[in-house]
Write a protein that binds this ligand. Structure first.
Ligand code: SAM
Length: 303
């Protein structure tokens, strides 16, 4: 849930001077990403689409109105239609009919990017099957924001959404992720995160590196990085509030041979300086940058 207008950005809005511009939208369905906290994370194009679409559909119409009000985007006499998981089958025909009539329909979920642990998939599919254009106005998503600040390798990641609640299904779900050679991104409620960490400790091992990212882009933004054990200790006596993304590092460091490092470095050094090449190769191979930097310097010396 976004906490408009809090967040690190200025909390003053001049709705008289909205940056939104009327644009001629081609017919189709527009998935518009909206802030996950700080209201000013909306994009200018997102605002243009919200101002110009014939129909607005929203997971939560009150949140959508609030966001539009904050940015001086009037709804006017355009329909604002609620579309969420529970009314999807009933509401889809109405939205598809508007799209079939050549209208532009903008869809916003409650926060972040529609379809990312949010409604929109069925609507998008149905629109594509009807031959309607489907477009994205990309922007915030908690998964990518968390990956960005996690300090964990970002070259390959798997977004796994919300795990099932505690129990056998959750354990199976986490065991299925254990061997995946990628950084994992999970959404979890603050009420369940302590228990989830206990299970992760058991399934993945206490030494896995993780980042618990809370309230991103909001006033009380916090990132706790470390092993599963150290994060468990850090939050043991705390009642966490707000919204949480858990980013989980890979199990085993990727074992790269000296030859693999050299080949990757030689390729990178064709276009990058030593420092940047070392950073790129270290990230790609999951190795400490220091080690790869030394190897790059040696390559330079050896020619
Ligand atoms: N569509 C959204 C997106 O693109 O991130 C996600 C919607 S999902 C229903 C809501 C979950 O996203 C929350 O339970 C939390 O795990 C995560 N989330 C959303 N906003 C967040 C924030 N500001 N900080 C941390 N996690 C957040």
């Amino acid at each position: 849930m976004p906490d408009f207008p809090a967040g690190p950005g200025p909390a003053v809005y001049n709705t008289a001077a909205s940056p939104a511009r009327h644009v001629r939208l081609s017919p189709g369905l527009y998935f518009v990403a909206t802030p996950i906290g700080a209201a000013r994370d909306i994009t200018l194009r997102g605002l243009d689409i919200l101002l110009s679409a014939d129909v607005i559909a929203a997971e939560d119409t009150r949140t959508a109105r609030k966001l539009m009000d904050l940015h001086g985007v009037p709804l006017g006499d355009r329909p604002l239609i609620a579309y969420h998981d529970h009314n999807g089958p009933a509401q889809r025909p109405r939205l598809l009919a508007a799209l079939g009539d050549g209208k532009s329909v903008a869809y916003v979920s409650e926060a972040g990017t529609p379809l990312v642990a949010d409604p929109g998939y069925q609507l998008g599919r149905a629109a594509i099957e009807d031959g309607v254009s489907v477009m994205a106005a990309p922007g915030p998503s908690a998964a990518l924001a968390a990956l960005t600040v996690s300090g964990l390798p970002s070259d390959r990641f798997l977004f796994a959404g919300f795990p099932p609640g505690p129990g056998a299904a959750q354990k199976r779900f986490l065991e299925g992720l254990k061997e995946i050679d990628a950084t994992l991104v999970l959404y979890e409620s603050p009420k369940r995160v302590h228990r989830l960490l206990d299970v992760l400790d058991h399934v993945l091992g206490a030494d896995r590196q993780i980042a618990l990212c809370r309230e991103l882009t909001k006033r009380f933004e916090e990132v706790i990085r470390g092993t599963i054990t150290s994060v468990q200790e850090a939050i043991a006596d705390r009642v966490l509030k707000g919204e949480i993304v858990l980013v989980i590092g890979r199990g085993q460091p990727v074992q790269a041979s000296a030859e693999e490092i050299e080949t990757a470095l030689r390729a990178a050094l064709k276009t990058l300086r030593v420092r940047d090449a070392a950073t790129e190769v270290a990230e790609a191979l999951g190795l400490p940058r220091r080690v790869v930097y030394q190897a790059a310097l040696k390559l330079g010396d050896d020619g």
